[in-house]
Design a protein around this ligand. Structure first.
Ligand code: ZN
Length: 676
């Protein structure tokens, strides 16, 4: 294949220019990706064959090959997510297995592994930059974790397990989806009592989608939460709760989609992989590339936090029980907690999301966010007209002293055929010859008519969170892609910059920059801010304990010999007995729908959420001490954390910024748990 030819004419292969989105069609995807994979395989075979590998002849060459493929695949993944259609989905799915087979192949390529080892052992190694050395160390680690160094028969077994595990994860997720969709319940008018109009509208829409009239309760999260939070009918809440917490288990209504056997097999295969690589258990293996140094350290961290949160949770529960009694509920059950909590929150804090929203017009919030970033990091953010994939999308450049250093696309609003949720993804990564570009995607309620969209405070937090990931990607100063921006950052530290940015959403001075009442034009008044702050840690004890229960359960089942479905249940019960203040009923099968660890990347890593929160809270506490708009502190965060990406271990970067190791105090204070 002549590489140059396809680049000249193919909009998926962007050279130095921005992608021409209007010219990218799904028909281009399969042939382009296939061509790139073939081309890369030929080149890699030649690269792996060399006698005297150097930085230039090995990692730099692989970076070049990977960059072209990554940029094309980023565009495909992005357009599949934000302009989804049967043609896009088909093109994307056709390539998915090919891409993952390609990366597995590289991971198990012994020649490539030996070349990296040779480079690490050579005299050249000491001459390389910190980022280059870290890249080589990471590569050697990842090769080993892919089983490259095993004897041939074991290597094959390892690869077989890998393949089986990815099939099992998919089966787990499919079962959960099928079980969720298999259940629905038509509702009478009496059963709808208590549900706000918008939520009733959702249940009517779900009925329509099923070819029914009236309203239905379903187990999709928004519908489930609507019933659990608002339905006055207690028997209905109990019925929906029971269906929800037995999904995909032996207790589910039809029993067709039971995940029990898959869970046991997944644990057993993960354990075998860990043993093949010489670790005692899967939790040990999972922690190798993470920031936390050992299973014991994580276990202690979670248990300490649980001890701190438990008294607060007991207080939360006592308050909830007392309030429930005033509603005539004298034996508070799990199907009552969301319902009673919502009523209590209304009574205590009188916080109406609708009233608040009027102060957060989206253009004002976005402008305020940019002002905050500009003040902290000394950059300029400007919109620019370029080719985009939808009308609402805006392209912005980030510059410093008149020089562009990065750019991003912001796609803020929900739209038909756009995947739900919010995320930051990579459009292109920084290299010596290339600036970083990010995609920031959210799904806020779109503007209606000529009025701007009004955001809820939660949506504002989401925007700041994703922008924090974006800054990590865009303000990197590392020229080696493999450890620049979020690349190479430990899984349990990657949420640091994102959770960190959220803190400005709770600060009076920052809110003044991003709020302006849609009619009166006034900034958020002090009284509303006080309500917002007072409600911030509502039931924080109970919520913290719940997260810790999941994290301890996850770590526990992965740090022992494989368990049967019953053994998994026993472990969960033991964790609940230890940390929960209100253990769920015996029929609760939460574990059968715990996709984070059985179908996602969080196995023996669910603790990462809390772990990163310690880092982000503690990092922000330096701003509380020195001023939330202190430029010097901002630049220190930029230089020590954002600019360095994954080029040094996360702990070293944190210490460089904070002047000491992380402390849990700020997290306890920010979550209202310090006096506990
Ligand atoms: Zn995040």
């Amino acid at each position: 294949m002549n590489n140059l030819d396809i680049r000249m004419t193919n909009p998926l292969l962007t050279q130095q220019q921005l992608p021409a989105f209007s010219q990218i069609t799904p028909e281009l995807v399969v042939p382009t990706i296939e061509q790139l994979l073939t081309h890369n395989r030929e080149k890699i075979a030649a690269i792996a064959d060399q006698q005297q590998p150097t930085w230039q002849s090995l990692p730099a060459q692989l970076e070049e090959l990977d960059d072209t493929l990554s940029k094309a695949w980023s565009l495909v993944s992005h357009l599949n997510a934000v302009t989804n259609s049967p043609a896009w989905r088909d093109a994307y799915n056709q390539c998915l297995a090919k891409i993952s087979a390609y990366y597995t192949e590289i991971g198990q390529n012994s020649k490539l592994y030996q070349s990296y080892q040779q480079l690490a052992d050579s005299a050249d190694f000491e001459q390389l930059s910190t980022a280059q050395q870290q890249t080589i160390k990471n590569a050697l680690r990842d090769f080993k974790l892919s089983g490259v160094a095993l004897a041939d028969d074991r290597k094959q077994r390892f690869a077989d397990i890998e393949e089986r595990l990815s099939a099992l994860s998919a089966k787990f997720a499919d079962n959960l989806l099928d079980a969720t969709q298999a259940w629905h319940k038509p509702l009478t008018d009496a059963e709808l009592q208590g549900l706000p109009e918008a939520h009733q509208g959702l249940l009517a829409q779900l009925a329509q989608q099923r070819g029914l009239t009236g309203h239905v309760a379903t187990l999709d999260i928004p519908a489930y939460l609507a019933v659990m939070t608002y339905a006055n009918d207690r028997a209905l809440r109990q019925e929906v709760y029971t269906a929800y917490v037995t999904r995909a288990s032996e207790l589910s209504a039809d029993g067709k989609f039971d995940n029990s056997a898959f869970m046991a097999e997944i644990l057993s295969l993960r354990y075998e992989q860990a043993q093949l690589l010489g670790y005692d258990n899967y939790a040990q293996l999972s922690l190798v590339p993470k920031m936390a140094s050992s299973v014991d350290v994580v276990m202690q961290f979670l248990q300490e936090l649980a001890q701190r949160a438990k008294p607060a949770a007991q207080q939360d529960l006592a308050e909830l029980r007392e309030f429930a009694a005033t509603l005539g509920i004298n034996d508070l059950q799990p199907w009552d907690t969301s319902y009673v909590s919502e009523k209590l929150k209304q009574q205590k804090h009188n916080l109406s999301q609708e009233v608040l929203r009027a102060y957060f017009p989206a253009p004002m919030v976005i402008d305020g966010l940019f002002k905050i970033a500009e003040r902290l990091y000394g950059v300029d953010i400007r919109a620019q007209q370029v080719d985009v994939w939808a009308e609402d999308v805006t392209y912005y450049t980030i510059s410093e002293q008149g020089k562009t250093i990065a750019s991003f696309y912001l796609d803020p609003y929900a739209r038909a055929n756009k995947r739900g949720g919010a995320w930051m993804s990579n459009c292109q990564s920084r290299r010596a010859t290339q600036l970083p570009i990010a995609f920031l995607t959210c799904n806020f309620n779109p503007p209606v008519g000529d009025k701007p969209a009004l955001l809820t405070h939660d949506e504002v937090i989401t925007l700041f969170h994703e922008f924090g990931h974006g800054l990590h990607h865009m303000l990197t100063e590392v020229d080696v892609t493999a450890v620049g921006g979020i690349h190479g950052v430990a899984w349990d530290a990657v949420e640091l910059p994102s959770q960190f940015m959220e803190h400005w959403c709770w600060e009076e001075q920052a809110l003044a920059l991003m709020t302006q009442h849609i009619e009166t034009g006034e900034a958020l008044p002090k009284a509303l801010l006080d309500n917002l702050l007072a409600a911030k840690n509502f039931q924080s004890g109970l919520q913290t304990l719940r997260q810790l229960e999941f994290a301890l359960f996850d770590l526990s089942i992965h740090s022992q010999a494989p368990l049967t479905a019953q053994g998994i249940q026993d472990t969960l019960n033991a964790v609940r007995n230890e940390v929960s203040v209100m253990p769920p009923p015996a029929f609760n099968r939460f574990q059968h729908s715990f996709s984070h660890i059985f179908a996602g990347g969080y196995a023996a890593g669910y603790y990462s959420y809390k772990w990163a929160e310690v880092l982000s809270s503690d990092a922000f506490s330096r701003f509380e001490q020195e001023g939330i708009f202190n430029r010097e502190t901002g630049l220190s965060f930029r230089q020590n954390v954002l600019a360095k990406g994954g080029s040094q271990p996360a702990l070293a970067l944190f210490v460089a910024f904070r002047g000491r190791e992380p402390s849990i105090d700020a997290l306890l204070r920010h979550s209202g748990l310090e006096k506990a």
